[in-house]
Every structure is written in C-alpha cells, then in structure tokens.
Design a protein around this ligand. Structure first.
Ligand SMILES: C[S@@+](CC[C@H](N)C(=O)[O-])C[C@H]1O[C@@H](n2cnc3c(N)ncnc32)[C@H](O)[C@@H]1O
Length: 212
C-alpha cells in the first residue's frame, strides 16, 4: 500500500506523462504508477546503489519492466526524452542541486515534496521559470507534508511563502500559527522587532486561513 504522501505525488501525474522519478529509493511510486497504468513512460533513478538495488528487486517482484539509472540527480539522464520530473522525500538544498537548468528544457511539469524550506523551494522554482499551480497538503504519522505541482510558466503567485490556501491547508496553517505562538511566548517583551516579525507571520497566516 502506497503511503498517503506518495499517493499525493501520484495524483499530480497524468497518463500521458513521461516521468523521471529522481531519488526513487524503493521504487514504490514507479511501481504503483506502472501497475495501475497511470503514466506513459517512467525512469527511476537514485544516487545510492543499495536504494536502486532495492528498487530493481521490487520491480522484478512485480513482473514489471521499468528502466533505472544509478546517478547523482539528473547527471546521466537524457532528460530530453521526458517531460515530467518527481522528487520527493528530500530537503530543499538537495532538490535545488538536482534541478540543473541545463537539464530542464523539455520538462514542462515538476512535482516536488520537500521535507523543509518550502518558501525557498517555491521561490527557486520561480527563478527556473516554473509557476506554482497546485498543492496537496496532508498529515501522515503526525508529520505535515506539502506536495507542490509546478508547470512551466511565469509565476505571479502571491502564495510563495505559505503555499496555496485551500481547504486542506486549514489545519496546517493552524499548526504553523501554533508553532509561531509557542516561539513568541519565549521572546522577551523588550525584543520588540523580533516579536513583530513573528506577529506579522501569524497575521499573514490568519489572512490566508480566511482564503481557505
Ligand atoms: C528519503 S528517500 C525518499 C524516497 C522516495 N522518493 C520517497 O519519497 O519515498 C530519498 C532518496 O533520495 C535519494 N537521493 C538523495 N540525493 C540524491 C541525488 N542527488 N540524486 C538522486 N537520488 C538522491 C536517496 O538515495 C534516497 O534513496
């Protein structure tokens, strides 16, 4: 059974997509997509030999034929044969290194679930010429995940900081507000400027909550 997090990544993939899943690890996403006929072509990559071996043996167990490449990011991948990339379960700094602009000319869609620094991630994709189109926000085993869908185009989104306000963001925004309030409690009254910054973030999140 695919995790809720990877199911959310899969939701943004279309039957016509030619997908590279970078950092596939166990290969579960690719196996799920191929088994259910949810993708046109798919390539699985990983930088770690053991991870890719696991993926290869899982692919065999499912009697599937899915190509794999052992490589760092997109380095040895002929990306011009693909139009979609998924990257999940990594941090934003690793993802930024993987998304080498010289490798993206045919890539019209990028699906990313980063484990941290989502503002930096969304802003980076904007500089690469991708716009934030949609997001799925979910909680699994007490951890919040945001899966972002980017498509080629100019981003004029005002939602780069906290993402797109949708129903599934309500509890997430409340969680962020709660975290900021906890930090705020420990900031001495004399540190007006720092307190103001936190209060501004809480204010912004409350406004976004109204838009959900
Ligand atoms: C936590 S796992 C996530 C696996 C899967 N994508 C998921 O979301 O469940 C991260 C995987 O990314 C791989 N990885 C990390 N840096 C990478 C890079 N620069 N290029 C390719 N794979 C990388 C790791 O080896 C590991 O298998």
């Amino acid at each position: 059974m695919l995790s809720k997090r990877l199911q959310a990544v899969a939701k943004f993939i279309d039957k016509k997509d030619n997908l590279i899943d970078v950092g596939c690890d166990h290969g579960y996403l690719g196996i799920y997509l191929k088994t259910n006929n949810l993708v046109n072509t798919i390539l699985l990559t990983d930088v770690n030999k053991n991870a890719l071996s696991n993926a290869i043996s899982n692919i065999k167990n499912f009697n599937l034929n899915i190509p794999t490449i052992l490589t760092n990011g997109l380095e040895d991948v002929a990306t011009n044969q693909y139009d979609t990339i998924s990257i999940s379960g990594m941090g934003t700094s690793t993802i930024k290194k993987i998304l080498n602009p010289t490798k993206l000319s045919t890539i019209s869609k990028i699906i990313i679930q980063s484990n941290n620094n989502l503002f930096e991630l969304r802003a980076f994709l904007k500089t690469l010429g991708y716009r934030l189109v949609d997001e799925i926000t979910l909680q699994e085993k007490n951890i919040w995940y945001v899966v972002c869908l980017f498509k080629k185009g100019v981003d004029s989104s005002k939602f780069l900081k906290y993402g797109i306000p949708k129903k599934d963001k309500i509890l997430y925004y409340k969680y962020l507000i709660n975290n900021y309030q906890k930090v705020l409690k420990n900031i001495p009254i004399k540190d007006m400027e720092i307190r103001k910054q936190y209060l501004n973030e809480i204010d912004l999140l409350n406004k976004l909550l109204e838009e959900c």
